[in-house]
Design a binder for this molecule. Structure first.
Ligand SMILES: [Zn+2]
Ligand SMILES: [Zn+2]
Length: 367
């Protein structure tokens, strides 16, 4: 046997207000019109109404408390508990029901769904822009019936050509009538005599199409392109949805992109750093000359103006930043060693390179 208090999720001591509040919440949640994919909701909705009908009325409630649901039902004749003053409180529930009711039709003119696909681009493709062909599987307008779903218009039998029907809503507060668009004809008052064989009346067929995506120069990883009207076909003459293309850019081995700027590590020798030089630095558009001043420190950032990426929205060009990395020479022959020692002496450096490892270590401890 169902416990009405349990059905509404309330305590036996609940006040009238608490009962009403619990009912409103559950009725909204389980109303069959809002739960079309859940066949159990209709039953649940009925149980909630039954519980509320029993507990909202004081004499029925005391009967139920004493004799259980049989006692409550003795005094219950359907949904007789309706009182006009209750209506204002619950009207918001029915507003939302009726709001849904008006849009339920499957035949109305509606925009098609939008689709999302991913597109992988190389670093250079993103920088300079490109054209890519992608395959998209989507519902397209049926060629045979031109999206109409069939031919031979006749008057709709359901609504007798009116385009709308009256529906009755049974609630604990009585039966309400509501005019809604006819589901059979979608409110047009007409139906098609011959259903299209190719789309089975749907007006749309599933197709895999090749679409050309124009990628503008300067697009970055994670950005999305919108191709208007390249999504799913609309319903009954509605416009097609859009196709969103999310871009993924594979990183480059040499260049690193930060917005419209390009970053590059550039190795130079110890002598180039000390004496200065003019070097050929790679950029995304080819090599350019760059002057390295004498005495350049490792880690120095140098700017090559407007050698970066064209802004995707046309707002100028980025720069290229070159980070100088001074490479310490590793393979020294005896002549190079001598030159460096002479250099060190000239530079008044106190070198202990003559000593062995353990001697140096001892020196370290003596300090
Ligand atoms: Zn068709
Ligand atoms: Zn109709």
């Amino acid at each position: 046997m169902t416990d009405y208090y349990e059905t509404l999720g309330i305590k036996k001591t609940a006040t009238k207000e608490e009962i009403k509040k619990a009912y409103k919440k559950l009725a909204k949640k389980h109303h069959p019109d809002l739960n079309k994919n859940n066949p159990k909701s209709a039953e649940k909705f009925k149980e909630i109404n039954e519980a509320y009908s029993a507990l909202s009325d004081e004499s029925k409630r005391s009967n139920y408390d004493r004799f259980g649901s049989a006692g409550a039902q003795q005094h219950s004749h359907g949904y007789e508990g309706f009182q006009s003053r209750d209506f204002g409180d619950i009207s918001d529930i029915f507003d939302s029901f009726f709001g849904f009711g008006g849009q339920r039709s499957g035949n109305v003119r509606r925009k098609g769904q939008s689709l999302k696909v991913e597109l992988e681009l190389s670093f250079k493709e993103a920088v300079f822009g490109t054209e890519k062909k992608i395959k998209v599987t989507r519902y397209e307008t049926c060629d045979t019936c031109e999206g109409l779903g069939g031919k031979g218009e006749v008057k709709c039998a359901t609504c007798k050509g009116a385009g709308h029907v009256r529906k009755n809503f049974r609630t604990p507060f009585g039966v309400f009538a509501q005019t809604a668009a006819c589901n059979t004809c979608g409110g047009t008052g007409n139906v098609l005599k011959h259903t299209c064989k190719d789309c089975k009346g749907n007006g749309k067929v599933k197709n895999t199409s090749s679409i050309t995506v124009k990628v503008p120069p300067g697009i970055s990883d994670g950005q999305t392109l919108r191709l208007t009207g390249e999504g799913e076909a609309g319903n009954h003459g509605g416009p097609a949805g859009d196709l969103f293309v999310e871009v993924y850019v594979t990183p480059d081995e040499m260049f690193e992109r930060k917005g419209d700027n390009i970053h590059l590590d550039y190795p130079i020798s110890f002598s180039q750093a000390a004496l200065g030089d003019t070097v050929q630095v790679p950029t995304i558009r080819g090599k350019v000359k760059m002057k390295i001043p004498s005495g350049t420190q490792s880690g120095t950032l140098m700017k090559l103006k407007e050698e970066g990426v064209d802004n995707v929205n046309g707002y100028g060009v980025g720069d290229q930043y070159v980070r100088i990395c001074v490479k310490t020479p590793t393979k020294l022959n005896s002549k190079m060693k001598k030159l460096l020692k002479d250099f060190a002496k000239e530079n008044k450096e106190k070198l202990k390179i003559e000593k062995g490892f353990f001697e140096k270590l001892k020196d370290g401890f003596e300090l």
